[in-house]
Ligand binder design. Structure first.
Ligand SMILES: *[C@@H]1O[C@H](CO)[C@@H](O)[C@H](O)[C@H]1NC(C)=O
Ligand SMILES: *[C@@H]1O[C@H](CO)[C@@H](O)[C@H](O)[C@H]1NC(C)=O
Length: 455
């Protein structure tokens, strides 16, 4: 998210979430983690049944045509995403793009739902409900609209301070999304203490935005989700899942300059936790498809960037998509798929976290939470050896069939490469162009360089 108000909301929510995160965590020092073999994990599904959405910033699509939307949709659909959550603000051009999105979804056999960005919509007066209600009426019954139990799915970013002219937030939202409208299924991202969910009768579930990252210098842990699930009392839990977080706006800009900790294979570990608990996690929402401002985009960089070029250009993240797709299959079916080809997924920062840079925007807050590693996930058809290298710095790991997580410390300027060898035969030799670690950073760019060996 991107507005100043959004920043305040996030800061407030950090406070809330750190309370939820008091459960002890640990940081793993393991170089090689346990192998996840193909096969069943947990066969009980959630109800409603497990679906995967991706958060999509309509605000960065000013130059989109219907066919631009179709490109994103075709890619997302091929990787197992069921729908885009259209994060929208009140600008009239955004309404046009929402219309284009639904049209493209119709052309491509895909689905959409509205996610009102309440850091952008006014919501104090009762009349502030009108434009939101018009959107809901307008897309209700649309053939590409996501419906849950026959009700139109509606979400938000934030909205916990929206009384809409009533004395309280729950009544305000009831009047806005439920009263005298076609049936809606309301799953907002409220930044409130989950122990208070009992007071929100207007919600059918909650989207745990900040659950996508550890809010401290720890590994992600599903124990942080449990208070949300408990607070919902059987209503629908939508978990956030994200590969990364880095935003770098200086004091003269949005003054928003920090990281969340994505070390220890956050993208993989978080998915594994949602899969392990898939009977309690009805929906997973990928954060995000296209938010360049916070470096957690997984789609192509094809929109109008919010002055994020300096850390986004040259940092394509689509290498994360096939790994996501592998996990999505397991999340939806309860079975880790059979691996039909050896694959290597590599990511990491290109610069040491502690190295100085002439960048006029300071080093991002929380920079001490990350260590200098090449992060790797391998999918192995059968046991073999995996070598991770950065020039002369090289380690070889014997790994079993299935998915394994590996890492290599990065200390000197070097170029990353990898290979898989089985019975003296090299099955993968992968040296991604541009994956160069550099100890003299031109800027404090903590974005991830991402690469995947060919499918
Ligand atoms: C991990 O390594 C650090 C530094 O070597 C050490 O201080 C810490 O105790 C280790 N943690 C675990 C869980 O082994
Ligand atoms: C939109 O504009 C950006 C910045 O100029 C450009 O990189 C991108 O390709 C454009 N996208 C489309 C769909 O035209």
């Amino acid at each position: 998210m991107f507005s100043l108000q959004g920043l305040l909301v996030l800061l407030m929510s950090i406070t809330h979430l750190s309370q939820a995160h008091l459960i002890p965590h640990f940081r793993s020092n393991a170089t090689e983690q346990e192998v996840i073999a193909p096969g069943p994990i947990i066969t009980r599904r959630a109800s409603p049944s497990n679906s995967v959405f991706a958060h999509f910033m309509v605000g960065f699509t000013a130059n989109y045509s219907v066919s631009s939307w179709e490109n994103d949709i075709a890619l997302a659909k091929a990787k197992g995403i069921d729908a885009f959550a259209l994060n929208l603000g009140p600008d009239s051009w955004q309404a046009t793009q929402v219309s284009n999105a639904y049209t493209a979804a119709m052309n491509q056999g895909f689905q959409m739902f509205l996610s009102f960005d309440m850091t952008a919509w006014p919501c104090q007066a009762s009349s502030d409900a009108n434009p939101i209600r018009q959107f809901i009426s307008g897309y209700s019954g649309h053939p590409q609209q996501v419906n849950i139990d026959g009700k139109m799915l509606i979400s938000t970013f934030s909205g916990e301070s929206c009384p809409f002219g009533t004395g309280d937030v729950n009544t305000g939202w009831f009047n806005t999304v439920k009263a005298n409208l076609p049936p809606t299924y309301f799953v907002p991202a409220l930044f409130v203490d989950p122990a208070t969910f009992g007071g929100y009768s207007a919600i059918d579930g909650v989207f745990n935005w900040n659950g996508a990252w550890p809010m401290s210098n720890d590994d992600i842990n599903f124990a942080g989700d449990q208070p949300w699930i408990n607070g919902l009392g059987g209503r629908t839990y939508m978990a956030g899942v994200s590969p990364w977080f880095f935003t770098h706006y200086g004091p003269n800009s949005f003054n928003k300059n920090w990281i969340y900790r994505a070390d220890d294979w956050l993208w993989a570990t978080r998915w594994e936790q949602l899969i392990q608990n898939r009977d309690q996690v009805a929906f997973a929402e990928v954060i995000t498809w296209n938010d360049y401002s916070e470096s957690h985009y997984v789609g192509a960089i094809d929109g109008v960037q919010p002055n994020s070029q300096s850390w986004t250009n040259g940092f394509d993240h689509q290498g994360w998509l096939d790994l996501m797709s592998y996990y999505i299959t397991a999340y939806k079916t309860g079975i880790y798929p059979t691996i039909t080809k050896d694959r290597v997924f590599l990511w990491g920062r290109l610069y040491p976290a502690a190295a100085d840079s002439p960048d006029p925007v300071p080093r991002p807050n929380n920079w001490q939470w990350t260590q200098d590693y090449l992060w790797a996930v391998v999918l192995m058809q059968s046991p073999g050896s995996v070598t991770l290298s950065c020039d002369a710095n090289s380690q070889t790991f014997n790994v079993g069939a299935g998915l394994s997580k590996l890492k290599l410390p990065l200390t000197t300027s070097c170029s990353v490469s990898s290979k898989i060898v089985r019975n003296s035969v090299t099955t993968v030799q992968f040296s991604p162009p541009g994956f160069n670690f550099n100890t003299t950073p031109p800027s404090y760019n903590f974005n991830a360089f991402v690469a995947a060996s060919p499918p």
